[in-house]
Write a protein that binds this ligand. Structure first.
Ligand code: NAP
Length: 247
C-alpha cells in the first residue's frame, strides 16, 4: 500500500517539526514547508537520520507565488496529499493593550496565522481531493477561544496579545467554514489547541514540550472516517477521544 503523504507548514522547528517527526514515525512521508530553504533542509536531514522519509519544501505562507510553486512541486513528486497541517504561525511578543496595539503588527499576524492557512488550504485542495481520507488541521490556540477569554478562572483572562488571539479566533471560524464545505467530500477539517508550549514563539515559556504539543495535531491528522469534523480540540492524551475546547 502506498504511504500517506503529509505537508506541515512552519515545520523547521518547534511544534511543526515535532508534528513532522511523529507523523513520520507513523509511516507518513512528510513534506516540511519552510520559508527558509537551508533551515528546511537541515530539519528534513535530521528526520531522515531517524529513518523518516522527509523532504523540505520552500513555502512562505504569506507569499501566494511561493505557495503555488510549493504545491506544484508537491503535485509533481507526491501526486496526492492526505494530511495538511497548517501550523506556521507568528506573534510579536508582549504587545501593549488593544487600545495601543499596532494595526500594522496585527495585519502581519493575520497575514500569516489566518490568510496563510487559508491560502495554503485553498492551494492544496486539488491534491487533498485525490486522497481517500483527506485531513486538514488548523493549528489554533486556546487564546483564540472567546469563551475562555470571558472566563475569569481561565489563564486567558489576563493575557494581552489581542491581534494574535483574534487571529486564532478567525482561524477557528475558517476551520468551521471549510469543514462544512468539504464534509460531503469526506475531507475533515479541525482546529487544535496544543496548550502553552515552550518554543521560540513565546520565548520558551510554557509547561509543555513540543513533543507533547504535537500530539493533538497528529491525532486530528490521522482521524478515521468516523472521526469528527468542524471541531476545536484540546491536547489531552488521557482521553480516548480528543476533548472539545470551548469556542
Ligand atoms: N507555543 C505555544 O505555546 C503555542 C500555543 C498555541 C498555539 N501555538 C501555535 O502553534 C504553531 C507553531 O508555533 P510554535 O510554538 O512551534 O512556534 P515556533 O517555534 O516559533 O515555530 C513557528 C514556525 O512557523 C514558521 N513561520 C512563521 N512565519 C512563516 C511564514 N510566513 N511562512 C512559513 N512559515 C512561517 C516559522 O518559521 P521560521 O523559523 O522561518 O521563523 C517556524 O517554523 C503556531 O501556529 C502557533 O500560533 C503555539
Amino acid at each position: 500500500m502506498a504511504k500517506s503523504i503529509a505537508l506541515i507548514t512552519g515545520a523547521n522547528k518547534g511544534i511543526g517539526f515535532e508534528i513532522a517527526r511523529q507523523l513520520g514515525k507513523r509511516g507518513f512521508i512528510v513534506w516540511l514547508g519552510c520559508r527558509d530553504q537551508s533551515r528546511g533542509d537541515d530539519a528534513a536531514k535530521k528526520l531522515r537520520e531517524e529513518g523518516i522519509e522527509a523532504n523540505s519544501l520552500l513555502l512562505d505562507v504569506a507569499d501566494a507565488e511561493s505557495i503555488q510553486a510549493a504545491v506544484e512541486h508537491l503535485g509533481k513528486y507526491a501526486g496526492v496529499l492526505d494530511a495538511l497541517i497548517n501550523n506556521a504561525g507568528m506573534n510579536f511578543g508582549r504587545p501593549p493593550p488593544p487600545s495601543q496595539e499596532s494595526v500594522e503588527q496585527m495585519r502581519a499576524i493575520f497575514d500569516v496565522n489566518v490568510f496563510g492557512a487559508v491560502r495554503v488550504t485553498q492551494a492544496c485542495l486539488p491534491l487533498l481531493r485525490k486522497s481517500t481520507a483527506g485531513r486538514i488541521v488548523m493549528m489554533s490556540s486556546g487564546l483564540g477561544s472567546i469563551a475562555s477569554t470571558l472566563d475569569m478562572t481561565s489563564e486567558n483572562w489576563n493575557i494581552g496579545s489581542a491581534g494574535y488571539c483574534a487571529s486564532k479566533t478567525a482561524l477557528n471560524m475558517f476551520t468551521v467554514k471549510f469543514a462544512k464545505e468539504l464534509a460531503v467530500e469526506g475531507i475533515k477539517v479541525n482546529a487544535a489547541d496544543p496548550g502553552l508550549t515552550a518554543t521560540d514563539l513565546n520565548g520558551h515559556m510554557g509547561h509543555r514540550s513540543p513533543v507533547e504539543a504535537a500530539a493533538i495535531a497528529v491525532r486530528l491528522a490521522t482521524l478515521d472516517n468516523l472521526g469528527p469534523t468542524g471541531g476545536f480540540f484540546l491536547n489531552d492524551d488521557s482521553d480516548p477521544r480528543p476533548p472539545r475546547h470551548p469556542w
